[in-house]
Each structure stands twice: as structure tokens, then as C-alpha cells.
Design a protein. Structure first.
Length: 481
């Protein structure tokens, strides 16, 4: 089976969030399951710098005035082959994959990801320079949402399309004038097409035209069909309900492995947890927190946004600081959140550390060094950090939503007794519920024997990609049959 996996970011080539982690790990796991998979990605400058064994494949005329070179190469330390869409004017620039160095979205994002989508559709049919034609084009999020539409529009492909929705809040909605330059058919600018509130919607196009849909957890597959979580697309998703499959993400268990993590000063395992306490000390020292084993250390590695429920944590911090808690916070996002966290760090320098930005080594150190990991998200399609927490013996406090609900079992007398307890689940995303749940966690944390049991339950869980990859293979087979 041949699968073209299309994504706007792939770790370790380029990363802004969880999509990159999935796009790096899932194709590798699919390869291990016997799938012939190749990835398609824009040729950002960093991608061109990092991909190994680059060779020229061919040139495609994408739109009337736009041609792209296609390059092929491999991901470092991997057998994963990537096809790079090279167009210097569209992709080789400073800043992020979606944003200008000053933080605002690139004004030509519709063209940049329209080209990615169109190239995916063109590679779904035979090209003279390449004899590899996919059976399935697996698209990911809004940036690839027009690919299923172009595949239908061309009408030349035998390949099937699958769209994975990683976060329905990001939809790729743009002004109507893009219909012409993206060579979309004006007759499809309607409710039964890619039109969404008088805009061109990349995500709606994908949802409407893809042969099948998937989401990154079973609970999220149900949630997005409701008004609370559907972001205006719930009606269309209800119509396509029988075509939606929820598959919980895995994580790269080699990249995230407390027994062999190069970013940790000490390693440890489920059978030998003592190294974790040493990592905590090292983390406290690095972040200039009071070095104290009996001070509960709470961690956050996240986008600092309303979605992540961090305003509720901010409101709860004075009470938790008064209880002696310490905080290690890493991330970036809404300026007001950054400022409020920084204000706590200034007021309580020995108890609160805040690092703004992206820092892969520190994210590993926090995950291993803290006692409790915080994820009070308002919605969370899958979440990966709670899975890293399980892997690192760091029980997470999570909301009862999406992939968090699917992956964490709340610790109470019954679940501790039957060895299923792995973390703590907040029933409602509000300050009172969060404080009650954290205090429950802290009371159990003081009982070191019970706490170790919860840690080991989490560390024993299989959070790798094998189960997920098997589920995707089954979905591919269903699609082809």
C-alpha cells in the first residue's frame, strides 16, 4: 500500500506544535507496519538545510503562473523519504511556517498552502518523472485541506483521500477573491462546497470532499460534532459522522525515553525511579528555584493560550504558592498570559520560573523533573504532553476532554487499588475544580508509596505509535475496499 502523507510541518525538520510530532512519528510507524509511505512538505529554508541526500525529482506546473521544483531526500537518522515542494518565493523566508518574524500571519498563506494542496493532488496521478503513485493521500489539518478538492476537481486519480483533523479551531478561512488565484471553481463557492460564511475555507473543503476523516482521539471525534466544540462545522461533521474515525495519537518512545534521554542529567526507569529525584534537583538548580525535595514542583510546557486553560491556573497560583508549590513554566503565546506568569516569577523568584519561547532540551528536563504536569485545557483534540508525563513518571492533572479523557485515568481509592490510576482529571474547567483536583494530587503525593504506584502505572502504559499505526492501516484498508 502506498501512502502520500501531506503535512505543513514534520519533526525534526520544522515544528510549531503537536502536528509536527505526529507527522514525524506516524509515517515512521506506518513504515514499520509495511506501508510504503512518503511525506510531502513545503521547502522552508530550515527544511532544505536539514533534509539529507537531496536530489532533484522534477518540475510541476501547479497554477497558470506558478511552477515548483520537487526535491526528494530523507529525514536525518531515519529511512523516511520526504518530497519537498521548492519555491523560493513562497517558502524560503525568515519567520515561522505560518507567520512573519513580527508574529502576524503571512498574507499569502492561502497561496503557500494552496500550492502544497495542489501538488499533493498532482502527485496522486502519474507524473512522467516519477513512477510512484499513491493509493491514499493522507492530508493533515487546514493547510492541506484543498488537496481532496483538487483531487475531485481533476477527476483523474484512483487514489483515495483521508483528512486528519488535529485541531478544528484552526480552519484556514480566507477572503473570496482567492477563488480565482487558487483556480477553484466558482460554482463550488457554496454551502455544499468550500464556502464558509462567505470565505474560502481550506478545512471545510477537506471535510466536505475527503473520502474519509479522522481525528486524533475517539472522544474528540464525538466532541467536534457538537456546538460546543465544532467551531461552526458541527453540522457538516454530523452529516459525515459515519466517515469519521477517532484514533488516539502515540508518541515517539525513543525521542521520549527517561532511560536514555540525552537532555537529562540523570536517567531512570519504572523499575528504578531514584534518578527522577536527582533530575528534580538539577531542574530546581537550573531554574534558580529553592532546591527542596519536599516542595511539590508543578510543570507547564504549552502554548500559553485560552484554549489551554492557563488563565484558570494563573488565577489559582497565589493559593498554590502559599501552599509551598513551585512552578516550572515553558511556552509562549498570548502576551497577557506571558506577562502574568512573568509577574509571578518576579514576585516569587524562588518558587516560580518562567521561560518564554520554544526550548526542546528544557521541555524534556521539565517533563522529567517536575512532580505533577498541568494540562487544564478547555479542549484538547489529543494532547501529547500528558503522554510524555505518563512515560516520565510525572502524573498529569488534565481536563475531562478529548484525548486527555481518553488517555488519563483519575486516581481515587478504586483505581489506585486496581492499578489503573495514572493521573488526575478535572471535571470542570474552572478555578475551584482545578484547585480541588490539585489538592487531591498533593495529598496523595505526600504518600510516597501510593504516588510511586501511580507513577509506575503510567510508565507501564504503551503510549508508542504501534497501536495507532495499526488503527490507521485498518482505516486505509477500509478506505481502499
Amino acid at each position: 500500500m502506498r501512502v502520500l502523507f501531506v503535512s505543513s510541518e514534520i519533526f525534526p525538520l520544522i515544528k510549531t506544535g503537536g502536528l509536527a510530532d505526529v507527522s514525524g512519528a506516524l509515517p515512521t510507524a506506518l513504515q514499520a507496519s509495511g506501508i510504503d509511505v512518503k511525506c510531502l512538505i513545503p521547502g522552508y529554508s530550515t527544511v532544505l538545510e536539514k533534509v539529507e541526500n537531496i536530489t532533484y525529482l522534477g518540475t510541476l506546473e501547479v497554477f497558470k503562473n506558478i511552477s515548483c521544483d520537487l526535491l526528494t531526500g530523507t529525514v536525518p537518522n531515519s529511512k523516511l523519504e520526504v518530497i519537498i515542494v521548492k519555491h523560493a518565493g513562497l517558502y524560503e523566508r525568515d519567520g515561522g511556517p505560518y507567520t512573519h518574524p513580527q508574529g502576524h500571519d503571512w498574507s499569502d498563506n492561502p497561496m503557500r498552502f494552496g500550492v502544497l494542496s495542489k501538488v499533493a493532488s498532482l502527485l496522486s496521478i502519474y507524473q512522467s518523472f516519477w513512477d510512484w503513485v499513491p493509493d491514499i493521500v493522507h492530508c493533515n489539518d487546514w493547510q492541506t485541506g484543498l488537496a481532496p478538492y483538487y483531487m475531485r476537481q481533476q477527476g483523474l486519480t484512483d487514489a483515495k483521500s483521508l483528512l486528519s483533523i488535529h485541531n478544528i479551531a484552526f480552519q484556514g478561512n480566507f477572503e473570496q477573491h482567492w477563488v480565482k488565484s487558487l483556480e477553484l471553481s466558482p460554482k463550488d463557492f457554496q454551502i455544499d462546497g468550500f464556502e464558509f460564511y462567505q470565505q474560502v475555507s481550506f478545512l471545510k473543503a477537506g471535510i466536505f470532499y475527503a473520502d474519509k476523516l479522522s481525528t486524533v482521539s475517539p472522544t474528540y471525534a464525538l466532541e467536534i460534532q457538537t456546538e460546543a466544540f465544532g467551531f461552526g462545522l458541527q453540522g457538516l461533521l454530523q452529516l459525515r459522522s459515519s466517515d469519521i474515525t477517532g484514533i488516539l495519537n502515540g508518541i515517539d518512545t525513543e525521542e521520549w525515553n527517561p532511560e536514555a534521554d540525552p537532555y537529562l542529567p540523570f536517567v531512570y526507569s519504572e523499575k528504578k525511579l531514584s534518578g527522577k529525584a536527582k533530575v528534580k534537583t538539577a531542574l530546581q538548580q537550573q531554574l534558580h528555584l529553592t532546591v527542596q525535595q519536599d516542595a511539590p514542583l508543578l510543570g507547564v510546557v504549552s502554548r500559553l493560550t485560552h484554549q489551554k486553560g492557563l488563565d484558570i491556573l494563573i488565577g489559582s497560583m497565589p493559593e498554590l504558592i502559599a501552599l509551598g508549590c513551585q512552578f516550572a513554566i515553558l511556552g509562549g503565546g498570548e502576551k497577557s498570559f506571558e506577562a502574568q506568569f512573568n509577574a509571578y516569577a518576579e514576585q516569587y523568584p524562588n518558587q516560580v520560573s518562567v521561560t518564554i519561547g520554544y526550548n526542546e532540551p528544557l521541555s524534556h528536563l521539565i517533563m522529567a523533573g517536575v512532580d505533577i504536569f498541568m494540562m487544564p485545557s478547555r479542549f484538547e483534540p489529543c494532547g501529547l504532553n500528558q503522554l510524555y508525563g505518563l512515560r516520565y513518571g510525572t502524573p498529569p492533572v488534565v481536563s475531562n476532554t478529548g484525548g486527555l479523557a481518553d488517555s488519563i485515568c483519575h486516581s481515587n481509592a478504586d483505581t489506585i487499588l486496581n492499578n489503573t490510576a495514572t493521573g488526575f482529571v478535572i471535571e470542570n474547567v474552572n478555578k475551584m475544580s482545578l484547585l480541588v483536583t490539585i489538592k487531591q494530587a498533593l495529598s496523595i503525593w505526600k504518600d510516597k508509596k501510593t504516588w510511586a504506584k501511580i507513577q509506575k502505572n503510567g510508565m507501564k502504559k504503551d503510549v508508542g505509535w504501534k497501536h495507532s499505526a495499526d488503527a490507521y492501516v485498518a482505516l486505509y484498508e477500509k478506505l481502499l475496499n
